[in-house]
Design a protein around this ligand. Structure first.
Ligand code: BTN
Length: 319
């Protein structure tokens, strides 16, 4: 099926006969594979009598060799899947199988992409980036402090580097343009955080997606912001380089070395917000973050500090 996709990815017409010859199968077998592509990957294929088959839009697939050539200092192996439940889930399985870190898992599509707080992450084929970088942490808790916020900064800088303006952060680790989400981050940890553990840094970026009715929050994509299609291999390479820079700074100086830069890029600094924790809600004003990346809120005139993966912020109507 993948060979057929590679033949079609130029977006031109290909006759059933030519496709069959290239694949060494009959025209009816080509027809079946085309139906699979449509059903399994959600692709739309034009069929025109006398001309053949054409993808509705040309595709550029993820290419580990191109990514490595663009970011030679990122020496981690890259595993690319056409379709997987979740790159984070696959990364966790690879750790379990004994794959040595660092390594990177990418997918063209996720069938059960995971978001924060039990949400799903909408992951159509070959449109966006589904990225899970696995690191081994053996320096104890300090290396984990504020890590997801550090990743947010790296993602934001990678997007700015590719020309997306107006990108900023929302505590703890949403990457937004205005009020619309362009990227999300989900860190998952296995092992003993006080000793040796592995962290899966999951990053989803809306890249070339222009339409979906499945996302249940305000969203945008790099293409919608810039009006241009984005080369995903270039973006994966830039993200790797940016993560390397920020993770090195974090390792050398801890989260305090990054705290001020994070606050400068916090879109909701000083805003009136509600902090949502399950069914409870706390209203306050954002003061900033502390040296561990926890949120500092002024609640009824008193500073309070909040941390935890299940928390989320909303702007208050009177903000
Ligand atoms: C969020 O809810 O904001 C976090 C979204 C994280 C999505 C990414 S896509 C790659 C990786 N694999 C997953 O299943 N989730 C993360």
């Amino acid at each position: 099926m993948l060979t057929l996709l590679k033949l079609l990815k130029d977006g031109r017409f290909h006759s059933g006969q030519a496709l069959g010859a290239a694949l060494g199968v009959s025209r009816s077998a080509v027809w079946k594979q085309l139906q699979h592509l449509e059903a399994e990957l959600g692709l739309s294929i034009h069929k025109v009598r006398g001309r053949g088959y054409q993808l509705a839009a040309p595709l550029t697939l993820l290419d580990p060799a191109e990514i490595s050539a663009r970011a030679p200092s990122c020496e981690w192996p890259i595993l690319v899947f056409n379709s997987i439940d979740s790159t984070n889930a696959e990364a966790l399985r690879a750790i379990e199988r004994g794959q040595s870190a660092p390594f990177l898992v990418l997918a063209e599509r996720q069938t059960a992409g995971r978001g924060r707080r039990g949400r799903k992450w909408v992951s159509p084929f070959a449109e966006n980036i589904y990225y899970s970088l696995v690191l081994r942490i053996d320096g104890g808790m300090r290396q984990l402090e504020g890590l997801s916020l550090v990743v947010g900064l790296a993602v934001m800088q990678a997007l700015r580097g590719l020309g997306i303006s107006g990108v900023g952060l929302k505590w703890p680790n949403d990457v937004l343009v205005g009020q619309q989400k362009i990227a999300g981050i989900l860190l998952e940890l296995v092992g003993d955080p006080a000793d040796v553990c592995h962290v899966v840094i999951g990053v989803g970026i809306n890249v070339n997606m222009q339409m979906t009715d499945e996302v249940d929050q305000q969203w945008t994509s790099m293409r919608l912001e810039s009006g241009k299609a984005v080369d995903r291999n270039h973006l994966v390479a830039e993200l790797g380089l940016m993560l390397q820079t920020y993770l090195n700074r974090h390792q050398a100086g801890g989260f305090p070395a990054i705290q001020a830069e994070w606050e400068q890029n916090h879109l909701w600094q000083g805003r009136a917000v509600s902090l949502i924790a399950g069914v409870s809600q706390i209203d306050g004003e954002v003061l900033g973050i502390d040296v561990q990346g926890a949120l500092r809120l002024k609640v009824n005139g008193v500073e309070k500090v909040f941390s935890g993966g299940e928390l989320s912020l909303r702007l208050r109507d009177d903000s």
